[in-house]
Design a protein around this ligand. Structure first.
Ligand SMILES: Cc1ncc(COP(=O)(O)O)c(C=O)c1O
Length: 361
């Protein structure tokens, strides 16, 4: 199978929708069918389709019962969770990450809790689940809703259970760069009917909404293609995992390129393969490294968004003072990332180039 294969089956799905004349999920049958099939694939009791993952994060924050000014604990390596909190005028409170996994450090949660904390949004970053036992345990103790941002982690598992079904709400993205791509689109999974009702009230209304609704619906064409792509998505994820294995092999034994660490019982979906460049400790500068990559014809960019989410103005403008997450601040400018999608052979070649770069020092 090809990466992001769209073929006659997808065309037939679109034709089915066009023939029906109903392209909107109101009155349509594809969106409910996609929700049911997605929930079944994930082993979740409930699902709700949304226009994109950001809409899912926003709705989940509302479903936590948070009021404006309440607090949502988020991780700082990406902006999405903080933005989801800010969409509901909540204050994002930043939890630092573990140095080896790049994931929310659950041991830091107690010091962030206040009487205004309502939810935790944990990013299953790059494709790996955070310490969900610890995060769920803490949340249960304090009555917080746990939202998993699984935009990178569709079909990742944690002790055999799929990412997005470990907390209270799981949010997935079908944006074009993701393992399962529908151009744009998102899905949410949840266990609680009440949570789903609030989120559904957020995503659809005709005239006067039941609450401050946003019309975040998915349309029927996206859902119809989604039903086809869902069956192919596990293979897309396996392609990503195979690509990541080549990169892991390329840096095996290298002390200054440290790939995202795993944990027993967790299977990484590897939307992105990442490593931290620790060359400066070994006398290798960033310029020497990127120069060696360029010599091999390997295009690399260290740093992703360079600084934690809280240092970026669209988020910083809403914070009273700049938070400090020393581990994230160390990791962010040193992040080396390779997307794992696309032509599998290209990853074999890139991994060989990376191995040659490592050998050259
Ligand atoms: C971790 C994470 N969360 C959320 C999103 C937002 O996804 P969407 O484009 O579907 O809103 C992205 C998109 O890149 C992402 O990487």
């Amino acid at each position: 199978m090809q990466w992001h294969q769209f073929d006659d089956e997808d065309l037939q799905a679109c034709k089915r929708v066009l023939d029906s004349g109903t392209l909107c999920s109101i009155g349509g049958s594809e969106v409910p069918a996609f929700e049911e099939e997605f929930a079944a694939a994930m082993g979740s009791p409930l699902a709700l389709a949304v226009v994109n993952a950001m809409a899912g994060l926003h709705c989940a924050v509302v479903a936590s019962g948070a009021d404006h000014g309440d607090e949502v604990i988020v991780d700082p390596m990406v902006t999405f969770a903080a933005l989801g909190a800010l969409y509901h005028h909540c204050r994002p409170v930043f939890c630092d990450v573990e140095r080896d996994t790049h994931l929310m450090d659950a041991t830091k949660l107690p010091e962030l809790l206040t009487d205004r904390t309502r939810a935790i949004i944990v990013t299953q970053a790059w494709g790996l689940c955070a310490d969900m036992d610890a995060i769920n345990g803490f949340a249960r103790e304090h009555g917080l809703l746990v939202v998993e941002d699984c935009a990178h982690a569709i079909f990742a598992t944690y002790n055999g259970t799929y990412a997005g079904t470990l907390g209270d709400v799981g949010v997935y993205s079908f944006q074009q760069s993701k393992q399962m791509a529908l151009g744009d689109g998102g899905m949410t999974c949840m266990k609680d009917e009440g949570v789903r009702t609030v989120m559904e009230e957020m995503i659809t209304f005709g005239t006067v909404p039941a609450r401050l609704g946003w019309n975040y619906r998915m349309n029927e064409l996206v859902a119809a293609v989604g039903r086809v792509q869902l069956r192919r998505a596990p293979e897309y994820v396996r392609m990503c995992q195979r690509a990541a294995a080549h990169y892991n092999e390329a840096v095996a034994g290298c002390e200054w390129l440290v790939p995202q660490a795993g944990r027993p019982g967790r299977v990484n979906a590897y939307h992105i393969w990442t490593a931290i460049f620790e060359g400066e400790d070994q006398g290798i500068s960033r310029e020497q490294f990127t120069g060696a990559c360029a010599e091999q014809g390997l295009s690399v960019r260290l740093g992703y968004i360079h600084r934690p989410a809280y240092a970026h103005e669209p988020i910083a403008q809403y914070l009273d003072e700049e938070p400090h997450c020393p581990v994230a601040e160390h990791l962010m400018p040193r992040l080396l990332m390779f997307g794992t999608g696309g032509d599998p052979q290209a990853h074999v070649v890139n991994a060989e180039k990376l191995a040659a770069v490592v050998d050259s020092f």
